[in-house]
Design a protein around this ligand. Structure first.
Ligand code: UDP
Length: 335
């Protein structure tokens, strides 16, 4: 933080899963925070702990509302742009609306940030790497995408353009800008309603429903904790060497989806069995999944010392318990 000046941040998508944790964290860091959210997939309940905080405000509105975006951003010096259509189910079911939000929404926000001289971070995704299943994807890895006419790839295409728009503003107008690429970030408050696998499995396990493993469950992912990535986002914006770069943020422990199901069953003590569901049944015709997606986070380590420490079992346990104290828990340990 610079001197005595209080920084004011806007978090678009602030009522969402990562956005609400970011609002919590920024408040602990002394920021004033405005969350802008249309509550399409986010929820006010994610922010109820901040209701009475004088440094926090929730504005219900869309990033597609250009005037509103401009009005809010003009009073802020820091912009975290997280508002997006997220979740594979959302993208497949509402392709046009998703595309609009992800393209025009980003354009509106980045334009306002540049016009008012605010620092800007845009949340991107490991989806941009597509089917590249290299062991440890670095930021300059090639993108291997299927047809843009398949909804899964339209999302990757839109996010790629979001990155490009931000990057060009950075190059041409000197916008201090960071692009973060999230790799399967999970934690409490994430909902399974839009497809995300960990909250779906946890809910299924806690209600003793069958765990729905898509395909054969051999596909692999590396889940990262929201409590590791949120502080990293703030630090990256404080690090000029990170400007105009894309930075991977994720976890370290790779697991197959069948392996994940087994761990969730064990950690919840559930009586659920596993039900294998074909991709066709899960997502409709022509869906392509990624066999593997594993981040290389060396760049984040070099820039800000990023070292995601949380183990998958602990991450799953915090989700089972809805434990949202992740930012403060380490200091609470008495030695
Ligand atoms: N998945 C699954 N069962 C579910 C939801 C998802 O087996 O109920 C699989 C999905 O097909 C993918 C992985 O879990 O292989 C991760 O899915 P998610 O949507 O969380 O993230 P993605 O990596 O696909 O963006």
């Amino acid at each position: 933080m610079e001197g005595e000046k209080t920084l004011k941040a806007i978090v678009t998508g602030g009522a969402g899963f990562i956005g609400s944790h970011l609002c919590d964290y920024l408040i602990t860091q002394g920021y004033q925070v405005v969350a802008l959210d249309d509550l399409s997939t986010g929820s006010e309940a994610n922010l109820e702990q901040l209701n009475d905080n004088a440094d926090f405000e929730l504005i219900k509105g869309s990033v597609l509302d250009k005037r509103l975006v401009n009005d809010v951003v003009k009073d802020c010096d820091t912009v975290f742009h997280l508002a997006a259509a997220v979740g594979v189910h959302t993208i497949v079911e509402k392709p046009l609306q998703s595309l609009r939000t992800n393209l025009h929404g980003t354009e509106n926000v980045v334009e306002a940030a540049a016009a008012h001289g605010a620092r800007f971070l845009v949340a991107s995704t490991s989806e941009v790497y597509g089917k590249n299943n290299t062991d440890g994807l670095t930021e300059d890895a090639d993108r291997i995408l299927g047809s843009p006419l398949k909804s899964r790839w339209s999302y990757a295409a839109a996010k790629g353009l979001d990155e490009l728009v931000a990057y060009i503003y950075g190059e041409e107008s000197g916008l201090p800008c960071v692009i973060t690429r999230f790799f399967n970030i999970v934690g409490p408050r994430q909902t399974g309603r839009y497809g995300m696998v960990v909250p779906r499995f946890v809910t299924q396990a806690l209600t003793d429903e069958p765990i729905t493993v898509y395909g054969e469950g051999t596909q692999r992912r590396c889940f990262g904790s929201v409590f590791d990535v949120v502080p990293a986002m703030v630090e990256l914006l404080d690090t000029p060497e990170a400007y105009n770069r894309a930075v991977n943020l994720g976890g370290r422990e790779e697991v197959s989806i069948k392996g994940l199901a087994d761990r969730v069953i064990e950690l919840t003590g559930s009586r659920s069995g596993i039900r294998y569901v074909s991709y066709e049944e899960a997502y409709g015709d022509g869906y392509e999944d990624m066999e593997r997606r594993m981040p290389d986070t060396t760049l984040a380590h070099e820039l800000i010392g990023y070292a995601p420490g949380r183990r998958l079992d602990d991450i799953i346990a915090s989700i089972i318990k809805h434990d949202t104290t992740g930012f403060i828990a380490p200091q609470a340990v008495v030695v």
